[in-house]
Design a protein around this ligand. Sequence first.
Ligand code: ADP
Ligand code: MG
Length: 154
Amino acid sequence: MAAGKTSPEMKREFQTSSGDETIQAGRRLARLLTAPSLVVLTGDLGAGKTTLVKGIADGFQAAEEEDVTSPTFTLVHEYRGPTVNLFHIDLYRIDTERQLLTLGLDDLVDANNILLIEWGEKFERFRQERDVEITIRRLTESAREISVSFTGEP
Ligand code: ADP
Ligand code: MG
């Protein structure tokens, strides 16, 4: 375990039965997130990671839910809010450290920024450095279990 990550984990669980409910969970989650923060979103394709980010962005008044789209091809989307800036990142298509470096994510780690990284767990450094881990499990076609662990220092 990395130094500074030894505090007891705080956990939250949400169960949702529609995309709208997951967006609502994202709005509630936004109240528990503070900048700076590195959030890794884990879950299969179609689990609801991007849907959850819609709610988080809305919760921070950084973007309307319909304006939040998957950064699968653009890799990094930026949403500026009154209190924090959100960077929504998708590493699904990133396979090597070298490709990762070209994204310049280190420059985004800043006091006012929250990084929300889909597929971040693919890289050891994000498994080490994450402050919050969100895992979305698909229970049925429309039901999801969303587990949130706060692993960083308060
Ligand atoms: P990911 O980013 O994990 O690949 P998306 O958020 O892009 O997933 O897609 C999730 C899909 O599943 C959307 O089409 C959404 O409408 C649908 N869906 C159905 N039920 C839910 C739910 N409970 N939570 C989130 N998405 C849901
Ligand atoms: Mg996605």
